[in-house]
Design a protein around this ligand. Sequence first.
Ligand code: SF4
Ligand code: SF4
Length: 487
Amino acid sequence: MKIKAQMGMVLNLDKCLGCHTCSIPCKNAWTTARGSEYMWFNHVETKPGVGYPKQWERRDTSPSGWELGKNGPVLAGGGKLGRLASLFGNTAQPGMEQYYEPWTYDYAHLAKSGPTRHQPQAEAVSAISGQPMTPAAGPNWEGDLAGTHITGLDDPNFTGLQAEALLRFERVFMMHLPRLCEHCLHPACVASCPSGAIYKRDEDGIVLVDQSRCRGWRQCVGACPYKKVYFNWNTHRAEKCLFCYPRVESSQAPLCAQSCPGRIRYVGVMLVDVDAVQQAAAQPEATDMYEAQMKLFLDPHDAAIARQAERDGVPHAWIQAAQRSPVYKLAVEWRVALPLHPEFRTLPMVWYIPPASPLNALAGGEQHETEESWADPDNMRIPLRYLANLFTAGDEAPVRRALEKLMALRRHMRNQRLDRQTQDPQVEPETGLTTTVAEDMYRLLAVARHEDRYVIPSAHREEAQGEDAEHLKGCTGFTDIHGGLRS
Ligand code: SF4
Ligand code: SF4
């Protein structure tokens, strides 16, 4: 067993406002330069819908991530030889039409138009060609259901469900899904790069592109199943989310997390058995991927694990941070956070608490909301199967378990607030919610302080040795790793 530390993030979708505040500082910090206009390292899409880039979840039309081969996981769309053969003609990647043509507005016209009969207007112009255009797609084109009636049927998460019926006005549901690079434990982007330009940092597992080594082959763009590596058409290099590593190195949360007014994001350290990663990614059944990844996360409170981690070079401060990690609590201890599309086999490290939704009361139907029924996961507006297709490769049991626990917490807090005599001192042990867990969960999910939501130890240059030191050397400025972006 070899233990490494890995940064992770949990997003509580129950509280996401869909306000896009997270996307703005990220965009301003990283993707304002020419060639990156269409890139959103963090974006928020509305589900149901096809997302950004369009159909990113469809792997039948554009192979990505890993498939199970005879001897374990192999890159979908061809192993090394297949990829070499497609080096000069790689079609397994989204074209600009699957993202969108970025636009700005002709603001100068407002000042220069001179006297006119009508108020002058700032028309949309292409951010690439400067020509007038009519926007026809964007990173959240289904925003708040605006386009779901057009694209909803193509959402692959309706597998096993009656999409037509669920998209009808009386039944339709929606949720926000903020997305960023997953900083995977088994990243397809790293494995696909012929130049070795994408790498996973030893000290915290953040996946970065070394701009000086990138040769613009774009294999990573197609290989990432989350479509979170982008090609800069101006510099001819790949760019991706950096997990705001310069901030993380000084114990600050990434900008998307720091700016979130809904306080839905949690950032923390996980201790991972990296020797077992390949085996975890090789589960015969996609539905076993979630549990397999859970087994990789080691208990930081276990003295033997902590000793071994220190022997393996994890700094003491990082082990202490892992013991206080909100990500460990939400994903492992309480099992209320789940991975996004574990069937991609990249072992993602940005996890989600599934959203609860109101009782699925049909207009004029038999069902009426009661205090017992509003908390029934099988009866919620967002179908359990839809959430399972998103988070557990279609297995409904873990999603039901998470929602039941969250609902039990709501009942408990409601009883407390109403000062009900019927309040059970043991809360609801059958859901795994005891009094202590309920109090801890309430604190973290509802009223957590900044330092409890983001438990990030700083990078100690003096503790980095060997390969670590090399990586840190490369991370001293934006220009080394992400050349020219800020200049
Ligand atoms: S989400 Fe994509 S880009 Fe990010 S680490 Fe995973 S495979 Fe690579
Ligand atoms: S993650 Fe936070 S900032 Fe982003 S849309 Fe949701 S609530 Fe708003």
